[in-house]
Write a protein that binds this ligand. Structure first.
Ligand code: NAP
Length: 340
């Protein structure tokens, strides 16, 4: 291990708490891959009295944003879900030439392009903006669009983007009631703090708007998403799907056809063999159609602390290490083998 990367973490709920655990459990592997040791130096919360997990040191927890921002961190990670506070933290972090990583899709929809411009203005002092965890949970769709497909002309992005809505529909397919499925999703930390955001499709709308920004360059806040959420009780929807030997999914799309952008979220009945129909539990699936590469499809776990924290950690690690260091060499592999 050569360097220590100091991380300040805003938010220690489902996602932030899972990140603290992941950093603690994966310390050796991270050091092996990157030569970096991650140290969480400050944690910002709302309620100081709430009990935190065993990996959260009490003395680094604060409820004061100024105290949080004054911490000597190289990377500031945001997982609060609160847009005004997240915006304040993002602006202060980027203006001071530091790296900002967020899981906040609402923040990115509201002001992603402005924050990207701020990061660009302060890039010489080290500012960077990363938000893989904001869309797709553990599925690396942001990096795919932002980097791997930077030279592609994209025709459409489609997806089952809400792992929580998917989990509820999937449990209802197994015969559970809507109320049972929702409470199970909440127990597992799959829903937003306010689950109506998932059920009414607001969460999926923020996500597809952010993906449309990356694919088509349109400001996500200005995108008018045609929005239909799940019905109050989706039982009729799941029964209708079953009678056609299909499944119901909350789907989103953004397509750019003849100079017009069409963006929508709504329930659809899809064939079980379709990538969307094959999603189970809290999985999401996203397809991108590019003129040169055809259809690219990604799927995986799209909600919950562990999946989302893995995307945050990927952004933190990437901020810490130049890409060539991330390609394990024979030597580092041998070292890792010796340690295990
Ligand atoms: N849960 C998921 O599956 C999931 C998946 C992908 C992305 N995300 C995104 O990740 C973010 C966090 O979600 P979550 O599910 O982890 O939320 P959560 O469980 O409600 O946790 C939020 C955390 O942030 C703290 N917090 C909230 N507002 C704050 C404020 N104004 N000042 C200081 N601290 C504040 C809370 O403090 P207290 O603990 O003291 O209340 C809590 O620790 C959101 O942007 C969400 O959209 C979540």
């Amino acid at each position: 291990v050569t360097t220590t990367l100091r991380v300040a973490l805003a938010g220690c709920g489902t996602v932030g708490g899972a990140l603290v655990d992941l950093v603690s459990h994966s310390a050796r592997e991270i050091a092996w891959r990157t030569g970096v040791r991650i140290e969480i130096v400050r944690v910002l919360v709302r309620d100081l009295r709430r009990l935190r997990g065993p990996n959260v040191q009490r003395e680094i927890v604060t409820d004061d944003v100024d105290d949080f921002l004054a911490s000597p961190a190289d990377v500031v990670v945001e997982a609060t879900g609160d847009v005004p506070t997240a915006g304040q933290i993002a602006s202060a972090t980027l203006s001071s030439g530091r790296r900002f990583v967020t899981a906040n899709k609402a923040l990115m929809r509201d002001s992603g392009p402005e924050l990207a411009a701020l990061a660009h203005r302060h890039r010489a002092s080290g500012a960077t903006l990363d938000f893989e965890a904001a869309v797709g949970g553990g599925v690396p769709i942001v990096r795919l669009l932002r980097e791997s497909m930077a030279g592609h002309v994209i025709d459409s992005v489609r997806g089952v983007l809400s792992g929580s809505a998917n989990y509820i529909l999937w449990r209802m397919e197994q015969g559970e009631s809507f109320a049972e499925s929702l409470s199970c999703a909440q127990e597992r930390g799959l829903t937003e703090a306010d689950p109506s955001r998932d059920l009414q499709g607001v969460d999926a709308a923020d996500k597809i708007a952010v993906l449309a920004w990356l694919a088509f360059g349109v400001h996500p806040r200005t995108i008018d998403v045609r929005l239909r959420g799940l019905p109050d009780d989706p039982r009729d929807l799941t029964s209708a799907a079953r009678s056609r030997n299909s499944v119901a999914r909350l789907a989103a799309h953004a397509s750019h056809v003849n100079g017009k952008l069409d963006v929508a979220v709504g329930p659809e009945i899809v064939d079980r063999t379709h990538p969307f129909g094959r999603t189970t539990e809290d999985q999401v699936a996203i397809t991108v159609v590019s003129r040169s590469a055809g259809q690219i499809c990604l799927s995986g776990r799209g909600a919950g602390g562990a999946a989302t924290a893995s995307a945050l950690l990927a952004d933190i690690v990437r901020a810490a290490a130049p890409i060539p260091v991330l390609l394990p060499t024979e030597l580092s592999y041998a070292n890792f083998q010796l340690q295990t």
